[in-house]
Design a protein around this ligand. Structure first.
Ligand code: AMP
Length: 465
């Protein structure tokens, strides 16, 4: 049997540390199957969906093949949309956070050319982007692909659906022949096979089960029949009984989201609401704190939660049942991701009972109902994030890299590597998750200490919104 430990792979200690910092303890099935081949530099077709851990699979692979001392493009990742490209570049930066001086440049449409060109001129190891913009830079002579060792086509089927076939072919023609090509696609129809034949050499194919099928098997679903006034009590009882490390609570309106988050906070459960009234920056900060273990509970409406890449949830609660079964399946699909099991609970008031029937019909199974009195209560229950987030007033624009913050906190401030979690560099600010218990030590240093030779203001970002 293959080991699921990342340490069984021939990867560097820095990579293992970054994986640990991201909270990835075991390989997902797609990683376990593909990484040994990727690390041997084979061409691989990975048939997998979002949520399978595919980004980290190719991210680890391409980082492992880089020569950090050569400041030319050595890995090119092409994605169909800007949103996906942004997510992918974030994941790669996270995976590279313990390596020094690895530069990733994002080339997407809708952003000015100048800064992208300048970043390329300063030397980039990894380029992540959308086909149109990558081609534009090639035509303008800003981008040199002769040194590419790893080429990744992410969501290739969507790329074809969006009419990028020709651009993809043109870009591929500019790559060196002696390279590794990884092709990722949720489906594998004839036209994708044709693309693979034209760009890959003796590819090996890996296929993992669709998340939708997996969710049905491993997400435990329970319905609680409650009166309207019992909803809050039942929600609290679910936390006290199941004691999840993190959770997402869904409501149907933004006002309800804000009220439920407030209610949880008054009962010592650190929760933040995400709703349409937050501006983009506040929204990003809430999500960042949720993803880096500083805020364990997110209360969201479906609109606000759309398209979010939420990591490994242990519990999802439908504070109110949604009106259609699709939304229900989508909500509970956020737990039990990446091969982990999860629990989904729904509070159902008598007028909502018909919605439960719709779900039963859709899933062709009987919903299992339970009662509030079956849950064990705990008057001393508390839920806090294991980490807190430090916000620094300097970001990519000020040329801050993850290694600068890591260096200041582990070097001069005296924290250990294990006390530091996710590091996120935004345009003009940066965020570092650190152990809650190390907060005082870090703040004492940062009150007068320096990052990269400069005094940079830092504060604790509060989870409450
Ligand atoms: P992807 O399929 O790349 O969209 O990844 C889905 C989610 O799984 C992302 O939120 C990743 O952060 C997370 N993830 C990837 N690999 C692992 C792992 N080995 N353990 C836990 N979570 C993971």
């Amino acid at each position: 049997m293959t080991s699921l430990d990342f340490s069984s792979l021939p990867i560097s200690p820095e990579q293992l540390e970054a994986l640990d910092g991201a909270g990835f303890t075991k390989m997902t099935p797609v990683q376990a199957e593909s990484l040994p081949l990727i690390l041997e530099r084979k061409d691989v077709i990975i048939q997998a969906q979002t949520g399978s851990g595919k980004t980290a699979a190719f991210g680890i692979g391409l980082l492992n093949h880089l020569n950090p001392r050569f400041f030319g493009v050595q890995a090119l990742v092409m994605c169909p949309t800007r949103e996906l490209a942004e997510q992918v570049s974030q994941s790669i930066r996270q995976l590279a956070s313990r390596m020094s001086n690895i530069k990733t440049v994002l080339l997407c449409g809708g952003k000015p050319f100048g800064p992208q060109r300048d970043s390329l001129r300063h030397g980039a190891h990894i380029v992540v982007g959308t086909p149109g913009r990558i081609e534009d830079h090639l035509q303008r002579g800003n981008l040199e692909l002769k040194g590419v060792k790893t080429f990744v086509l992410d969501e290739a089927d969507r790329m074809l659906d969006m009419g990028f076939a020709q651009v993809m072919a043109d870009i591929t023609a500019r790559l060196p022949k002696n390279r590794q090509t990884l092709l990722l696609s949720a489906t594998f129809p004839e036209d994708i096979k044709k693309v693979s034949r034209s760009i890959q050499l003796n590819p090996l194919q890996i296929r993992v089960e669709e998340p939708a099928r997996r969710e049905k098997q491993i997400v435990e679903q329970l319905f609680f029949e409650v009166q309207k006034h019992e909803r809050d009590r039942c929600l609290l009882a679910l936390f006290e009984h199941y004691r999840p490390r993190n959770a997402m609570v869904f409501c149907n309106t933004k006002q309800q989201c804000a009220e439920v988050a407030r209610f949880l906070r008054t009962h010592d459960i650190e929760a933040a609401a995400i709703h349409g009234d937050l501006d983009q920056r506040e929204r990003d900060q809430v999500l960042l704190q949720f993803a880096n273990d500083s805020c364990p509970v997110l209360v969201a409406s479906d609109v606000a939660a759309r398209g979010l890449d939420i990591p490994l949830l242990e519990m999802v609660v439908n504070y109110e049942l949604p009106r259609d079964a699709d939304t229900y399946v989508h909500r509970i699909g956020r737990t039990g991701r990446a091969g982990e099991s999860g629990q989904a609970f729904s509070l159902v008031t008598p007028p909502e009972a018909p919605r439960m029937r719709v779900v039963e019909e859709y899933l062709s199974t009987n919903c299992i109902c339970d009662v509030l009195s079956s849950l064990d209560r705990d008057p001393n229950y508390q839920l806090q994030g294991s980490r807190v987030t430090l916000q620094f007033d300097a970001g990519r624009k000020q040329k801050i890299r993850p290694g600068d913050l890591l260096g200041a906190l582990t070097g001069d401030a005296g924290l250990s590597g294990g006390q530091i979690g996710k590091i996120t560099i935004a345009e003009t600010s940066s965020y570092v998750a650190i152990d809650r218990l190390a907060l005082r030590q870090a703040m004492n240093y940062l009150a007068n200490g320096k990052v990269k030779g400069r005094a940079i203001r830092a504060r604790r970002l509060k989870a409450q919104q």
